[in-house]
Design a binder for this molecule. Structure first.
Ligand code: FE
Ligand code: FE
Length: 407
């Protein structure tokens, strides 16, 4: 009996993680063929504004699948009207391949909410479920529970362990704007995207006017981070007015300071590789702090920001010795913007408008304190920043003594 895999999704865009999962399913489930089926309208999620059309997604998928024997691309769902319900796709394939055993592939997120799918019980009768899972301790228990629950309903389930490249199409779309998605896409797919200017790749992001910059930044952030970033921008502007720094630079640095924060550790490292940046040991081992570096690179190379803005973004998480006023402002604004809420934030807010150095020092000390309590490593830049401030204090105390002696 022919064994056919069905792998549906938005594929917006298709990336190497999809292809790796498809190959793994071919092997583990011993499939004779695997159909990649881009949906027309996903029933469970809204497509983002900059999405590629169905025809473009189909064309990219064909390019991605070209060199894999047994993997085919189907426009079955694109040819249907309305939301792309899987039960309709399976009905069509049942008619087309009446003798075949159908394997419906899905990731763990879809598997865990399978009972919410339209006509899921019919799907269980007509297909065997192939669950692509990484086997993380976190997901193992939930997957096992769902497996037992669905088996009671007559489900046939095969787990396909898959150490897939940890990425998503959402992340890929960000990386395309940052021009470093090459490692995660088939060369043909990348060429197609660039040739057709998909996902904003055809746009020039340099020196955007403030409103346009805000729009782009918001589209690249996780939704949960937007309020923080806008709060940091507004606070930076207030502080720039108070301390006589360039207000436009403060606004732009505030807007862009967390531009790469949505990327997780391995992807931060990928951005550094793509931009040809050598990392020190601390950064390699603590990729979470890298968003300040990668953010500054993106601000410089993609958004064409000036060196002052780039430098302020660069030092916003760790600080550094001898910071200039704009750098201090972004560091402090990030710490105290209105959405921040932690013991000591009020003191920081007061100091920021009366003694900027004092606020910077308090911020650095609080960070170091927290890292020590959590037994986490402290970055050399933060240590140097604090030492520098203490040395400055010693110097001014010595000057005061000298002045007193002269009097
Ligand atoms: Fe940050
Ligand atoms: Fe931030």
């Amino acid at each position: 009996m022919e064994r056919i895999g069905i792998y549906g999704g938005t594929f917006n865009p298709p990336h190497l993680g999809h292809m790796e999962a498809a190959c793994q399913a071919m092997k583990v489930l011993k499939l004779d063929r695997l159909l990649l089926i881009p949906d027309r309208i996903a029933p469970h999620k809204k497509m983002p504004a900059d999405s590629a059309s169905g025809q473009d997604r189909l064309a990219m998928l064909s390019l991605a699948a070209a060199k894999f024997p047994g993997i085919e691309v189907s426009d079955l769902e694109l040819r249907r009207n309305g939301p792309s319900y899987t039960y309709e796709t399976v009905e069509q394939l049942r008619t087309q391949y009446p003798q075949a055993e159908l394997y419906l592939l899905m990731g763990t997120d879809m598997f865990l909410c399978f009972s919410a799918w339209k006509r899921w019980e019919t799907l269980l009768k007509q297909t065997c479920l192939g669950v692509l899972y990484r086997g993380d301790p976190g997901e193992q228990q939930a997957v096992e529970q769902q497996r037992v629950a669905l088996q009671k309903k007559g489900a046939r389930i095969e787990l396909v362990k898959n150490q897939a490249i940890p990425t998503s199409s959402t992340e890929l779309r960000r990386l395309l704007v940052f021009r470093c998605a090459g490692e995660l896409l088939s060369p043909g797919v990348l060429q197609y995207i660039e040739a057709h200017g998909l996902y904003g790749t055809g746009r020039d992001y340099r020196k955007l006017p403030m409103e346009a910059l805000e729009q782009v930044v918001v589209s690249l952030l996780k939704e949960s981070r937007v309020a923080h970033v806008l709060g940091c921008r507004d606070t930076a502007v207030e502080l720039a007015k108070r301390w006589g720094a360039d207000v436009a630079d403060a606004a732009r640095a505030g807007l862009l300071h967390d531009i790469t924060k949505a990327l997780d550790g391995p992807v931060q490292l990928l951005v550094c590789r793509a931009y040809g940046v050598e990392l020190d040991e601390f950064s390699r081992e603590n990729p979470k702090t890298l968003h300040a570096l990668t953010g500054s690179l993106v601000a410089e190379r993609i958004f064409g920001e000036n060196p002052a803005v780039v430098a302020a973004i660069r030092s916003h998480t760790t600080g550094k010795p001898a910071m200039n006023p704009l750098e201090k402002i972004i560091y402090v604004a990030d710490y105290m913007e209105p959405n921040r809420d932690f013991p000591g934030v009020e003191r920081l807010r007061e100091l920021a408008f009366s003694d900027l150095d004092g606020a910077l020092r308090l911020g650095l000390e609080m960070t170091l304190d927290m890292l020590r309590r959590q037994r986490r490593e402290i970055s050399p830049a933060s240590q140097e920043a604090v030492q520098y401030l203490y040395q400055q204090d010693d110097k001014s105390a010595a000057c005061d003594r000298k002045e007193q002696e002269l009097c």
